[in-house]
Design a binder for this molecule. Structure first.
Ligand code: ADP
Length: 162
């Protein structure tokens, strides 16, 4: 039986942006399944609660059978093993992303040589978008609709005040 090609797209998705959405849609023909997974093990404190971030991911990809949404709080390579995923999917916007991502990919490959990281280049129109800019705009009450997937809506009310 042919093994399923599964990729994990790990990230904070705090919140999901059009850039993230584009990476998943463009990677879709390469894999049988893409698990977009929120990693909770980072030292970063998120602006939006995990449940919100999950619900925005679910809404964004609801019409795609190949896309699953999940969260994890272990090493990414261990999570890959748990899910039977041989690929980690990441997006590259610029040389800063490249430098950073190259190191993570190498470390992950040391930790588990079975797992390969696959990079997809951002479209030029998405290259300036980041979750941190979106957070900044929302904090000051600006409109972020242009930068996030069409099917979702984010306002100041969604900020985690816990
Ligand atoms: P992390 O906290 O792991 O950096 P992010 O949610 O910020 O998580 O990003 C997840 C992945 O999406 C990373 O590979 C990042 O480079 C990529 N990414 C972030 N913003 C964009 C964008 N505008 N276009 C394409 N890829 C992006």
């Amino acid at each position: 039986m042919k093994q399923e090609n599964i990729a994990i797209f790990p990230g904070s998705f705090d919140p999901i942006t059009k850039g993230h959405e584009s990476i998943v849609l463009r990677a879709m023909p390469l894999f049988d399944k893409i698990i977009v997974a929120i990693g909770e093990n980072t030292s970063k404190k998120s602006m939006f609660p995990l449940e919100k971030r999950i619900s925005w991911l679910k809404e964004t990809f609801k019409q795609y059978e190949k896309v699953e949404i999940d969260s994890f709080n272990t090493l990414t390579v261990n999570y890959c093993k748990e899910k039977g995923a041989k690929y980690i999917l990441r997006g590259l916007r610029n040389t800063m992303d490249y430098q950073y991502e190259m190191n993570i990919a190498r470390i992950n490959n040391e930790l588990n040589p079975q797992v390969e990281t696959i990079f997809i280049l951002t479209k030029p129109e998405d290259a300036a978008i980041s979750s941190s800019f979106v957070r900044e705009i929302i904090t000051f009450g600006g409109d972020v609709q242009k930068f996030i997937p069409k099917s979702i809506n984010i306002t100041q009310k969604d900020i985690n005040h816990g």
